[in-house]
Design a protein around this ligand. Structure first.
Ligand SMILES: [Cu+2]
Length: 242
């Protein structure tokens, strides 16, 4: 009797094993990778840093010597109406090839209508020491005495007015000054082979639309100056409208 039970037991294991192997589907690829390349221009010119050659909306010739910022809170708008959210903070530097693009892995395959993201950090993560202590993140720290967290952006350079050449530091930080960007009509597809899209920032737009930012009126240092920072924030929502 025991022998028969043992025999049935073994047969059932063999049967279940065979069942498993024959019905196991091939691995199905459901996600792919997206590479976003950042590009920079000043109105109709591709950005050339460290040279006073661009004219801003207030009428000053100016240069860009530094442009460092964070993008976060990416949401991809699927054609079926759903949204794919990515919890990743991306540091970018217009002068450093090591921080000139963004790579997203494991994005669900599909045709996307567009995307939205934040220039800067959401309130929930804009906290001192929240980000890994890399050289780049440490350089972006916003002093705890001024509210803590991180710079959302450092945009610096020189400008020329009738009295000479002056430096400017457009620093954006503090909760309430992160910039919401929505590119609802920027279609891209995620396939099994890596996809590429480009995001192009028009630096000129930080200084206009809806309000002209005038260094001599609004200030050459925006850091901690909430009126100046809010003006930059409001101008910033269309800097990526290619
Ligand atoms: Cu600063």
């Amino acid at each position: 009797m025991k022998g028969i039970y043992y025999f049935l037991f073994v047969v059932s294991i063999l049967a279940s094993c065979r069942k498993d192997t024959t019905e196991s589907p091939l691995p199905v690829v459901t996600s792919g990778n997206l590479n976003i390349t950042m590009a920079y221009r000043f109105d109709s010119s591709m950005l050339q840093t460290d040279t006073i050659k661009y004219k801003n909306a207030a009428g000053y010739k100016m240069s860009i010597t530094r442009l460092q910022y964070y993008l976060s809170n990416f949401k991809f708008l699927n054609s079926d109406g759903s949204t794919y959210s990515i919890n990743q903070v991306c540091y970018l530097d217009a002068k450093d090839p090591n921080f000139s693009n963004i790579k997203f892995t494991d994005v669900p395959l599909g045709n996307y209508k567009g995307l939205s993201f934040t220039i800067g950090l959401d309130t929930s993560i804009n906290k001192t020491y929240y980000l890994p202590a890399t050289v780049e993140n440490n350089n972006m720290e916003w002093p705890p005495a001024m509210g803590g967290g991180y710079h959302f952006m450092k945009l610096e350079g020189y400008f020329v007015d009738t009295s000479g050449t002056w430096g400017y530091n457009m620093h954006l930080g503090n909760n309430g000054t992160a910039v919401a960007v929505s590119l609802a009509n920027k279609p891209f597809s995620i396939t099994q082979t890596p996809s590429n899209i480009q995001l192009k920032m028009n630096i000129s737009e930080w200084f206009k639309n809806p309000s002209v930012y005038d260094f001599n009126i609004d200030g050459v240092f925006s850091m901690g100056n909430m009126a100046a920072m809010l003006k930059l924030k409001n101008n910033g929502s269309d800097v990526f409208n290619d």
